[in-house]
Design a protein around this ligand. Structure first.
Ligand code: PLP
Length: 320
């Protein structure tokens, strides 16, 4: 969605915490989701390169990450068909960013949010979720987001009248947000010049939705998925799909290519981004740029666009 588009959700009675359906409101905070800047990264590519790399600054979304797009799309669909309404609590699993997005929307629109979060989440991320008023259940760090997802589903199924299981990993509203938002934005911001889309795979919503849209505009655009090299990695937000539960939000037919990136290479890129381009970014952004350089180097004249999902956290806090 473009920033100029107005978010339309349903109104709620003040303090009741309940969206009372049917009354459209225009909310500039929700309208600020999407429409993020696309910036060139000349120092990262270097003066002698014969290709361009651009970064899509998703940290500029209101709760600080690309996940505002998917969360808004999921909440809007659920409010629209009554799965989220009076007396119901949104429940989902998240390693951080989606949780922050849901919690922000819950605070803004007045519905309770219950999050299942692996216990190795950083202290600052936990504080952010709690600041929005979300209720948190910590799950086994060894089982990661897959374990949190199983626990969230079990809670929702135990009391389906009370809970709406938002299910970011399987919810079609997630990739749809990128098909209607991120993809068209990239097409317009590059004037249709882009030759490669590079994005990390967490739920797969970004690469599936934006990639599908861009392929429809021009089939020769190369859609490049980024994954960690193995199951144990520090690329918060990304999944090693060969060893993870396959999310339905991810359509494996969309990417033309998967590039696997080492955590250390991504971390080095994060340092370069801050020092050479003035951009704070998380490890998954570093990974996307490592992959962007890799595909650009074999493609003279390429216009490579990398999605930079968030700004990461200050060193020493970890990022989740
Ligand atoms: C930091 C970070 N990077 C990348 C992603 C991947 O985005 P998607 O879920 O759309 O595949 C996520 C998703 O949670 C994330 O939190």
């Amino acid at each position: 969605m473009f920033a100029s588009d107005t978010a339309r959700l349903t109104d709620r009675s003040p303090r009741s915490g309940v969206p009372a359906s049917g009354i459209p409101v225009e909310d500039p905070l929700l309208g600020a989701i999407g429409g993020t800047p696309l910036v060139p990264l000349p120092s990262i590519v270097g003066p002698r390169a014969d290709f361009e790399v651009w970064g899509k600054l998703e940290a500029r979304n209101p709760s600080g990450s690309v996940k505002d797009r998917a969360a808004l799309s999921i909440v809007r669909a659920a409010l629209g068909d009554g799965r989220l309404g009076p007396g119901r609590t949104l429940v989902d699993a998240s390693s951080g960013n989606t949780g922050a997005a849901y919690a922000m929307l819950g605070a803004r629109l007045g519905f309770p949010v219950l999050l299942f979060v692996p216990a190795n989440v950083s202290a600052s991320r936990l504080r952010a979720l709690q600041a929005y008023g979300a209720e948190i259940v910590l799950t086994s760090p060894a089982e990661g987001t897959d374990g949190a997802r199983v626990a969230a589903r079990a809670r929702a199924e135990a009391d389906p009248r009370r809970y709406f299981f938002a299910d970011q990993y399987d919810n079609p509203a997630n990739p749809l947000a990128h098909y209607t938002g991120t993809g068209p934005e990239l097409w317009h911001q590059t004037g249709g010049r882009l030759t490669h889309l590079v994005a990390g795979v967490g739920t797969g919503g970004t690469i599936t939705g934006a990639g599908r849209y861009l392929h429809e505009r021009r089939r020769t655009i190369r859609v490049v998925a980024v994954e960690p090299t193995g199951p144990l990695h520090g690329l918060e937000g990304l999944k090693h799909l060969p060893t993870a539960l396959r999310p339905e939000a991810y359509d494996p037919r969309v990417p033309d290519l998967t590039v696997r990136v080492e955590t250390e290479d991504a971390e080095r890129m994060v340092v370069r981004l801050a020092r050479e381009e003035g951009l704070r970014a998380g490890p998954s952004s570093g990974a996307a740029l490592v992959a962007a350089l890799e595909v650009g180097q074999g493609s003279p004249g390429a216009c490579v666009v990398a999605v930079l999902p968030d700004a990461g956290e200050p060193r020493g806090e970890g990022s989740a």
